[in-house]
Design a protein around this ligand. Sequence first.
Ligand code: SF4
Length: 230
Amino acid sequence: MSPVSRLEDTLDALRKFYGPLPTPPRDPFTLFVWEVLSVHSTPRKRDAALTALKRIRALTPDAMWRAPQKKLEESVALAGPYAENRLRALRTGVDLFRRSPSLPAVIRGPLAAARRALKPLPQLGESGAHRMLLFAADHPILPVDARVSRVGRRLGYGDASDDFRKQARSVQEALTCELPRSVDAFRRAFSYLSHHGAATCTERDPHCSVCPLLEECPEGRKRVRTMADR
Ligand code: SF4
């Protein structure tokens, strides 16, 4: 049996601290909608908008295409500002999914073709495309958004860089080395690290004194020492 990595210990500690967490949708179109609703929103508002779209039965490409515009607008508005941008992105996505019914199968296939198929979808970016590959297409690939990148760096994974993509790739590589090659392990790692970055290891004011990772975290120990010296 292979030894348990430091990252797996970290994830166990986070699971004990937060309990079970919801994961992004598994259906490719619903996950695309979830991504569009997530931008500049909060999980609560995003989920309210997604529930409203479910209620009006608009969570397939054809159903969204046919949905009454007013009801669609009202549902999407629940995610917060930028409703026009979201509606535009959804229209583009609906069009793409309807024109490419094989897209869900393609993204489950070889990675190069899967990445190419996701490229035209608006608002995904690299971490959104990786979430799609992991959660909707079962590829063991770790999405590194701003939160995962921040938490990873603070815990000592990867190299710091002013270039977000460069840092994200370095953190992704370092974290991936410590994960068992299983899709569930990658999903769990993303969910807990990203949630930790939103709830406790926040950008400006990380709550290190209550963090379950403090003992193992170089950045947290430094911050707590600095506070004690004041
Ligand atoms: S100890 Fe502080 S910096 Fe380290 S992971 Fe926890 S909240 Fe983030």
